[in-house]
Design a protein around this ligand. Structure first.
Ligand SMILES: *Cc1c(COP(=O)(O)O)cnc(C)c1O
Length: 426
């Protein structure tokens, strides 16, 4: 069993036990129970620093995409390193502020910002609104006027390139709901210029998630650069180009570009732009910095299949069910005596789609064994639900030889909070 594959340098076997940095996952399970998300501070920082190094030669700002993993301790980790944040709701802004993030380094994306959310963000003094439609421009101008403020704006352009990723996470195609179509971009900018409470300072795009090749980035950014040059000729002062996020990670055998290769591609594609490049990485910073720790409850043999029934389910980690995605599963304390078997790893939720792995070769496991679902740091806990009235998992952050509970496991009263039975049902 080799967990020392390159994508998980901080998740390694020591003395036949899987550790996160210096902490045995068994110890985490004994302390906080299962299921639990466990993140590595060193892994988060290594990713952030390595991206910062890759872009060190140009003015840039790393705005971590909060939606990938919005735990306050994760946000604080990046804030301490000078990171900014990419938000898609006022709720995420609230998190950033509670985590000690700097609102002046916040960019705000999303097709459905409400006037109240925009007002909150204006008052907080964020860096940039990534506006996705003409209707939103108008709304933003109105709210800014009411607030007596000038809103800093970039238009999100849809460059119409195929990111060659899962259709649910492709966002830069013409048929997608995101951004202003490239063909309408210049007109949109001219239109934007007419609003008195907007300052047009940027150009934004984000083409999708889990991209494992550079070509779509290059294609999209060449179009962005051409548009930028056109805008310069029209007298716009574009200080910021926001290139979005989307760089993929290795879950199984993908070979995504390194940060260095990605940075070179971005920088080259935008030449000779010399303003600030804003980056919105999500998955590439946190995806391989976390695992979902779960315990085997039962083994079940049916005619054709062996099911390993664990205490984590699709409500805890929906990626396998939603996207059919592969996440590696490693035994926390492997036994090397018997042969591996082909199994389905499933949870207790009452849906056939409730699985963490299908037809997966796993070493022999027994009830009570602990498993680590790898690469669960991005789009894991944040997509968890209470389906089947299941409390959401605990979250833990490891730092060297110590760890802290950074989110309590939900309790049953937590799950009922806000619900009432009307008196007329007495
Ligand atoms: C989701 C999202 C990101 C982050 O995407 P990753 O693939 O996790 O890097 C960045 N920007 C926007 C606008 C997004 O919607």
């Amino acid at each position: 069993m080799t967990a020392t594959q390159t994508q998980w340098p901080f998740f390694t076997y020591r003395g036949n036990e899987l550790h996160v940095e210096g902490v045995p996952l068994r110890q985490v399970a004994e302390t906080v129970g299962t299921p639990a998300y466990v993140y590595s501070r060193a892994a988060l920082e290594e990713r952030f620093d390595s991206l910062a190094t890759a872009f060190a030669q140009v003015p840039h700002l790393i705005c971590y995409s909060v939606k990938a993993n919005s735990n306050l301790a994760v946000l604080r980790t990046f804030a301490r390193r000078g990171g900014g944040f990419d938000i898609v709701s006022a709720g995420e802004l609230y998190r950033v502020q509670q985590a000690g993030g700097d609102p002046a380094k916040v960019v705000y994306s999303g097709v459905g910002k409400s006037p109240e959310e925009v007002r909150t963000a204006l008052r907080a003094g964020i860096l940039l609104f990534n506006v996705e439609s003409l209707a939103e421009l108008e709304m933003l101008d109105q709210v800014a006027a009411q607030e007596g403020r000038i809103a800093p704006v970039a238009l999100r352009i849809n460059p119409d390139v195929d990111p060659q990723t899962h259709p649910y996470i492709a966002t830069g195609l013409r048929k997608s709901k995101f951004g202003v179509p490239m063909a309408d971009a210049v007109d949109a900018y001219r239109h934007a210029r007419g609003f008195r409470h907007l300052r047009i300072i940027g150009l934004d795009c984000h083409i999708g998630s889990q991209l494992t090749s550079l070509a779509p980035f290059r294609d999209a950014l060449h179009r962005v650069r051409d548009l930028w040059q056109r805008l310069v000729r029209e007298g716009f002062h574009i200080e910021v180009i926001d290139v979005g996020g989307g760089l993929g990670i290795r879950y199984r055998d993908e070979n995504p570009p390194s940060f260095a290769e990605y940075a070179q591609t971005v920088i080259d594609a935008l030449q000779p732009f010399s303003g600030t490049i804003v980056l919105e990485p999500g998955r590439s910073l946190v995806g391989n910095a976390g695992v979902l720790l779960t315990r085997v409850q039962y083994l079940k043999q049916t005619g054709e299949k062996t099911f390993v029934i664990v205490d984590a389910a699709m409500n805890d980690l929906i990626r396998p069910s939603l996207y059919g995605s592969y996440q590696e599963i490693l035994p926390v304390q492997p036994s090397n005596h018997q042969e591996s078997a082909i199994v389905d790893v499933v949870g207790p939720v009452c849906e056939s789609g409730d699985f963490l792995a299908r037809d997966r070769e796993l070493p022999p496991v027994r009830p009570g064994d602990l498993l680590a679902v790898m690469s669960a740091g991005a789009y894991g806990f944040v997509m968890a639900s209470n389906y089947n009235t299941r409390p959401r998992a605990a979250e833990v952050l490891v730092d060297g030889n110590v760890f802290s509970l950074v989110r309590l496991r939900e309790t049953y009263p937590d799950l009922l909070r806000g619900e009432t039975i009307p008196t007329w049902l007495d």
